[in-house]
Write a protein that binds this ligand. Structure first.
Ligand code: NAD
Length: 410
C-alpha cells in the first residue's frame, strides 16, 4: 500500500488511523520559534528513524500563523491554517505573539476555540539533574487535564462603571434582590460570569479517566473549589463522580466520597487550596488530575515550578471526540533570546514526544524522552538550565539538539 503523504484520520470506532508517512502540519512560531524549530525537527525525525528505520516518517507541512502570517498575508490566523489542521487532525506549534490591538485577543485561544480543543493536557515529571526548590521533586509524576473551554475563561466580563455592568447589576437586583444585596460596592464593581456545564465537565473527566485506565495510572483526583462555588465547582465534582459511576462502574470505597473502578482505579476529589498543599506535602498521592480552567492554570504552573521545569513543560490541547489535537511549547516567544541560538527547545521536544505517543508511535516517544532525560542528566543543557546546575556544560539550542540525537539509543 502506498501511504506516503497521507493524512491522519479518525476511524468510526474512535481510533486514529495513522499512515506510515503522515502529513503533520506545524507552525514555526514567532520570536524564538525558528530557533526551536530548526533545532528540534532533526531530533524528532531522528527519534522516529531510530525506532522505525525507513518504514515511518513524518511529512511536515508548514502553516502560517502569528507575525509571519501577518507580515506575508496581512492576517494573524489564515483560514487555510485552520482548515489544514481541521483536515489533518494533529498539529504542533511554536510560541505565537499575542497581537496588540486588532481583532484577535489571543491566537492560542482562537485555535483552541476554533477546534473545540476542550482538554489542556500537561504532564509534569522530574528530570534528574534539574535544580528544584523542593527536597523530593522525583515524587511528582502527574498529568493535569485542565478544562479548556469554560469557567471564568469564557471571557464574559463587564467592566466596572460601564453601562453593561450597571445593566447587569440592575437585572440581578430585579430578579434576585437577596443575591444583589451581597454585592458590597455595586456601582464600582466589575462582573464576571463563570459557566460550567455538565457536558463540559463530563467530556473532560471522561478523557481523564480513560487516560488513567490506558496508562495504568492509580488515581484520578477531581480538583475544585466546590465548598464555596457550589453550583459551578461543586457541580464539577458531583458530575465527575456521577460519570465515573454511570460510565465506568465505579463504586464507593471507605467513608468519604471516593470511588473505585473495577480495574482498581481510584476516583477522589480535593479542594483546590488543599490540593496546592498536597502537591508539596504528598505529591505521590496524586497521579491524573481533572480540574476546571482557572484551577488548572494555577496548578499547572505550580507543579511545573516544583520540578524546576517551568520553562521545559510540554502541553497539548486535545478534543478526544473529533481527534483534533495541537501540541505546543508552553512558554512564550522569548523575544529577548530570539535568533541567538540560546533558547531551550525542551518544551517543544517534550510536546513532540506527547504527539508521537498520541498518534500511537509510543516507542519513538520513549526514545525521544529517554534521550532528552539522558542529555539533561549528563548536564548538557542550554543556558537557562546551566545557570542553575553546578558543573553543567552550556550548549546552544542546535548543539543541545545534536547532543540529544547522539543519545538516542537504537
Ligand atoms: P515568555 O515565555 O516568552 O518569556 C518569559 C521569560 O522566559 C523570558 O525571560 C524568556 O527569555 C524566558 N524564556 C521563555 N522561553 C524560553 C526558552 N524556551 N528557553 C529559555 N528561556 C525562555 O513570556 P512573555 O515574555 O510573557 O511573552 C512574550 C510573548 O509570547 C507575548 O507576545 C505573549 O503573549 C506570548 N506568549 C505566547 C504563548 C504561546 O504561544 N503559547 C505563551 C505565553 C506567552
Amino acid at each position: 500500500m502506498n501511504d506516503k503523504n497521507e493524512k491522519i484520520t479518525k476511524l468510526p470506532q474512535g481510533k486514529l488511523h495513522v499512515p506510515n508517512f503522515p502529513v503533520i502540519p506545524h507552525i514555526v512560531g514567532d520570536g524564538c520559534g525558528p530557533d526551536i524549530w530548526e533545532a528540534s525537527r532533526p531530533v524528532i525525525d531522528a527519534a522516529v528513524q531510530s525506532v522505525y528505520g525507513e518504514e515511518r516518517r513524518i511529512v511536515w507541512r508548514e502553516l502560517l500563523a502569528g507575525q509571519k502570517a501577518h507580515d506575508t498575508l496581512g492576517t494573524w490566523l489564515p483560514e487555510e491554517t485552520m482548515a489544514t489542521i481541521r483536515e489533518c487532525l494533529v498539529g504542533i506549534k511554536g510560541p505565537l505573539t499575542t497581537p496588540v490591538g486588532g481583532g484577535i485577543r489571543s491566537l492560542n485561544v482562537a485555535l483552541r476555540q476554533g477546534l473545540d480543543l476542550y482538554c489542556c493536557v500537561r504532564p509534569v515529571r522530574y528530570f534528574e539533574g534539574i535544580e528544584s526548590p523542593v527536597k523530593h521533586p522525583e515524587k511528582v509524576d502527574m498529568v493535569i487535564f485542565r478544562e479548556n473551554t469554560e469557567d471564568i475563561y469564557a471571557g464574559i466580563e463587564f467592566i466596572a462603571e460601564s453601562a453593561e455592568a450597571y445593566a447587569f447589576y440592575k437585572w440581578l437586583q430585579g430578579e434576585h434582590p437577596e443575591r444583589a444585596a451581597k454585592v458590597r460596592f455595586p456601582y464600582s464593581s466589575g462582573y464576571g460570569v463563570k459557566p460550567v456545564s455538565r457536558e463540559g465537565t463530563e467530556r473532560l473527566v471522561r478523557a481523564a479517566i480513560l487516560y488513567a485506565l490506558q496508562n495504568n495510572r492509580p488515581s484520578v483526583t477531581l480538583v475544585h473549589k466546590g465548598n464555596i462555588m457550589k453550583f459551578t465547582e461543586g457541580a464539577f465534582r458531583d458530575w465527575g463522580y456521577e460519570l465515573a459511576k454511570r460510565e465506568f462502574g465505579a463504586c464507593p470505597i471507605g467513608k468519604g466520597s471516593s470511588l473505585q473502578l473495577p480495574s482498581g482505579l481510584i476516583i477522589k476529589d480535593c479542594i483546590c487550596d488543599a490540593f496546592l498543599q498536597e502537591i508539596l506535602l504528598h505529591p505521590a498521592d496524586h497521579s491524573v488530575v481533572a480540574t476546571l480552567n482557572l484551577n488548572g492554570d494555577y496548578c499547572s504552573d505550580a507543579l511545573a515550578a516544583q520540578v524546576g521545569g517551568i520553562g521545559i513543560s510540554p502541553g497539548a490541547n486535545i478534543n478526544y471526540v473529533t481527534g483534533h489535537a495541537i501540541f505546543e511549547a508552553t512558554h512564550g516567544t522569548a523575544p529577548d533570546l530570539a535568533g541567538k541560538d540560546v533558547v531551550n527547545p525542551s518544551s517543544f521536544l517534550l510536546s513532540s514526544a506527547m504527539m508521537l505517543r498520541y498518534i500511537g508511535w509510543g516507542q519513538a516517544a520513549d526514545a525521544l524522552e529517554g534521550a532528552i532525560a539522558k542529555t539533561i542528566a549528563l548536564g548538557q543543557v542550554t543556558s537557562d538550565l546551566a545557570e542553575q546546575m553546578s558543573g553543567a556544560t552550556m550548549l546552544g539550542t542546535r548543539a543541545f539538539g545534536e547532543a540529544i540525537i547522539s543519545h538516542l539509543s537504537v
